[in-house]
Design a protein around this ligand. Structure first.
Ligand code: ZN
Length: 356
């Protein structure tokens, strides 16, 4: 099997990595991060499971990375994403795994964010000879198919010289990810489930330009809901793969598919989706909860340390308990444990392509 240098992968190496996922019937968790605590927890989970990993930032996550107090929100969105990427470029190889760097949903309103990132990416490429991000996502699923594909084609054109890839969205993932989302009429199957002929049009339009992946809808929803509210139909992905394969006489599962809204999904459906060419599963809601619940548990165990520096009854100093490293570390460990589980679900443990 091909081996890659540990660290951020892009271009040819990225395509090698995702082909290995599809050939080996496993997928990589794509985890939304908001700061160095979450980035480091994701790297730790990847390293200890010997799994490659995808680290991604939403526009809000990027803004938070720069600092919620930064007055210029548009600049914060761009510079936060640059800062996060630089942190990952610097540290990833020391964790000994391959890392894909990606940005999450950008709808029409957020195109200026992507413009800013590509401009920064061009500057970064000129200096370092590699892209700042492996790929960006454009979510133009609210636009007409023609607008969606022609805007995606323009962006891909601009990203190819930087050895970057593009993730597009066809059909609609239900719910909302960081302010990008659609109120869905559950009866509107045409939107909720990606249509194979739209996928074929995307393939015909974009594959001559460069590499792209597709966030395809098969009933998936952002967020976690009561069981029974979400009907996942991964077999819907098979139709798209088959149409492209038979039309263009390609290999099996020619499309690189992405599973949005992975949190809270049934394990059997995840496994089925991987069989239809899903190489990336987004997870955000479940890791957010894992962080919060671990910190909450720590606060419950040490309630006085969060109210008093010194115990009012027996003068015990609480410095060693309220030190932010203590409780932030608990949050990190919560994320690591949740990702242990995701890595098992996606069968990527022990499959890292990184040379040791
Ligand atoms: Zn999503």
């Amino acid at each position: 099997m091909a081996k890659l240098n540990p660290g951020v992968v892009y271009g040819e190496d990225y395509r090698t990595l995702l082909s290995a996922c599809k050939d080996g019937a496993h997928a990589l968790p794509a985890v939304n991060v908001v700061g160095t605590n979450s980035v480091n927890a994701v790297l730790e989970a990847a390293a200890r499971n010997k799994s490659d990993i995808i680290i991604q930032l939403s526009n809000g996550g990027a803004q938070f990375f720069a600092g919620q107090g930064m007055a210029d929100v548009d600049a914060a969105r761009v510079m936060g994403a640059v800062s996060a990427a630089q942190h990952v470029h610097l540290l990833a190889r020391h964790y000994g795994v391959c890392v894909v760097l990606h940005t999450d949903h950008a709808n029409r309103k957020l195109l200026p964010w992507i413009d800013g990132l590509i401009t920064e990416g061009e500057r970064y490429y000129k200096t370092n000879g590699r892209p700042l991000y492996t790929s960006h996502m454009l979510d133009l699923s609210e636009e007409t198919l023609e607008d969606n594909l022609s805007i995606c084609a323009d962006y891909l054109q601009r990203m190819v010289p930087l050895e970057m890839s593009l993730e597009i969205e066809l059909g609609v993932t239900g719910g909302e990810e960081d302010g990008v989302g659609t109120d869905l009429d559950e009866t509107d199957n045409a939107k909720l489930y990606t249509q194979p002929d739209e996928v074929l049009q995307a393939y015909d339009r974009l594959s001559p330009i460069g590499h792209f992946s597709i966030a395809a809808s098969f009933g998936n929803v952002h967020g976690v809901y009561k069981p029974g509210n979400v009907q996942l139909r991964p077999e819907i992905l098979k139709g798209s793969q088959e149409l492209v394969r038979t039309t263009h006489a390609t290999r099996a599962n020619p499309l690189d598919l992405v599973f949005h809204g992975g949190s809270g999904s049934e394990k059997a459906k995840i496994e089925e989706a991987i069989g239809y060419g899903v190489f990336k599963m987004n997870i955000d809601t479940d890791t957010q909860f894992a962080f919060a619940s671990a910190v909450g548990g720590y606060v419950d165990e040490n309630p006085k340390a969060f109210k008093f520096q010194i115990d009012p009854d027996d003068d015990t100093p609480y410095k060693s308990k309220y030190d932010p490293r203590k409780w932030l570390r608990q949050g990190e460990l919560g994320v690591v444990e949740r990702l242990d589980e995701a890595i098992v679900d996606l069968r990527s443990a022990g499959k890292s392509l990184a040379m040791s």
